[in-house]
Design a binder for this molecule. Sequence first.
Ligand SMILES: C[S@@+](CC[C@H](N)C(=O)[O-])C[C@H]1O[C@@H](n2cnc3c(N)ncnc32)[C@H](O)[C@@H]1O
Length: 259
Amino acid sequence: MNTPISISYTSDKSKEPAKNFADKHKLALNPISENKTSLILNYTEEFVELRDTEKNIAIHIDFLSGDLAHRQQFGGGRGQSIAKAIGLKQGVTAPSVLDATAGLAKDAFVLACLGCPLTLLERSPIVTELIRDAVKRAEDDEHFQSIIKTGFDVKEENSIKYLTQLSSNENATLPDVIYLDPMYPERKKSASVKKNMQLLQSLLGKDEDTQALLDIAIKVARKRVVVKRPKGAENLSALNPTYHVASKKTRYDIYIIPQ
Ligand SMILES: C[S@@+](CC[C@H](N)C(=O)[O-])C[C@H]1O[C@@H](n2cnc3c(N)ncnc32)[C@H](O)[C@@H]1O
């Protein structure tokens, strides 16, 4: 982790889960009014949030309302660039996807809405806790249940290690698609970096091992590896993608696995 973080809670009711997490990860625990670091994982009675108390910005994940629900309702289905990138076509069964850089699970949720069985890997325990909290709050909702019925399996794992183990297990079921969206270095005009990304960047910094992740992903994926990049960014590695799908702000580099 880059910036130091501690655990906070807003009431007696939210103290217990906060304490469990703090004990497990050996992090300081304080009521929100006495927090000791500017960055906190804060347990409220409604949700768990990542908060920067100095900048006064906070994020939590919500699968039932806000941006994600809106995208699910009006997002354009199989016509979206991300759907094309993972190879979804009319009349074709949705591929299984392993999202090896789950983050705030936005892309994973969009892919689940498209019918893909999902495995989400996230190495930061803090970020994994945000995803698990959002799943827990949504899991009794019928609509959410219908979206994730083919699978939405969240694991706190380093993907390089996980994929290396998968590659040496002859009996493992391998994912059709591996999806990568590593942290992109902060741009000069940091005001243009969205609030969510600013917070993640101060917590995690830049992902330094993306080349190794792409290499092992290409060994493990059955059909393709998809790498999400900001438009105009350099390729993730010297290996050229087979082709790319571009949208307004994003480029998806596609590495097709020869059959
Ligand atoms: C830019 S964010 C992903 C955002 C995500 N696509 C979304 O829609 O919210 C990148 C995330 O990948 C995670 N990550 C990077 N390398 C990883 C690895 N080797 N194993 C597991 N997680 C990794 C980082 O901790 C970070 O949370």
